[in-house]
Design a protein around this ligand. Structure first.
Ligand SMILES: C[S@@+](CC[C@H](N)C(=O)[O-])C[C@H]1O[C@@H](n2cnc3c(N)ncnc32)[C@H](O)[C@@H]1O
Length: 152
């Protein structure tokens, strides 16, 4: 199973870049991982920016991929639950598992219907923070699947 995490806009803060590099390296011990940032929009109405950004996100999703959209209004899971989900995808032959994180204005309604919505909390985080939280949770999921002493 190939893993892809796609997000809107560059990661600018050093602490975000360092954390992403750290967790990406850890995840790659278990599975191939691609991190993609797509260009963010500026200067248009929020709805139009969402539409254009989601069009670009969509181009990054391989045919037949399982798509998970990070969205504060989505379903919540605990870490063992995410591990079980990732393990099921891996074991049932999913070729590509894609996680998408929106930009400052989130996803268009059309795009939100294309995947499973996953919430990390009912609170809204910055899109930069969510990148780090998600990669840490994916790493945690693999340690749970491999019975390694990281999740207590
Ligand atoms: C600043 S938020 C956008 C908030 C916007 N109100 C919306 O409707 O999505 C940017 C992105 O971060 C992610 N995000 C922020 N908080 C989240 C949470 N609690 N759970 C999951 N994803 C979250 C989502 O992908 C969101 O599109």
């Amino acid at each position: 199973m190939r893993l892809k995490v796609v997000w809107v806009g560059k990661s600018r803060e050093e602490w975000v870049k360092d954390s992403l590099a750290d967790y990406a390296g850890r995840i790659r011990r278990y599975t191939p991982l691609e991190l993609i940032d797509i260009r963010d929009e500026k200067g248009a109405l929020a709805e139009e920016m969402r539409r254009r950004e989601c069009e670009r996100l969509e181009k990054q999703i391989p045919a037949g991929a399982t798509l998970v959209l990070l969205d504060e209004r989505g379903d919540q899971m605990d870490s063992p639950g995410l591990a079980a989900f990732v393990g099921k995808q891996r074991d049932c032959g999913t070729g590509d598992l894609v996680f998408a994180i929106g930009g400052a204005y989130g996803f268009s309604d059309d795009f939100r219907r294309k995947g499973r919505l996953l919430s990390l909390s009912r609170m809204t985080f910055t899109h930069q923070m969510v990148r780090v939280f998600l990669l840490e949770q994916i790493y945690r999921a693999f340690t749970i699947l491999n019975n390694e002493p990281y999740h207590h």
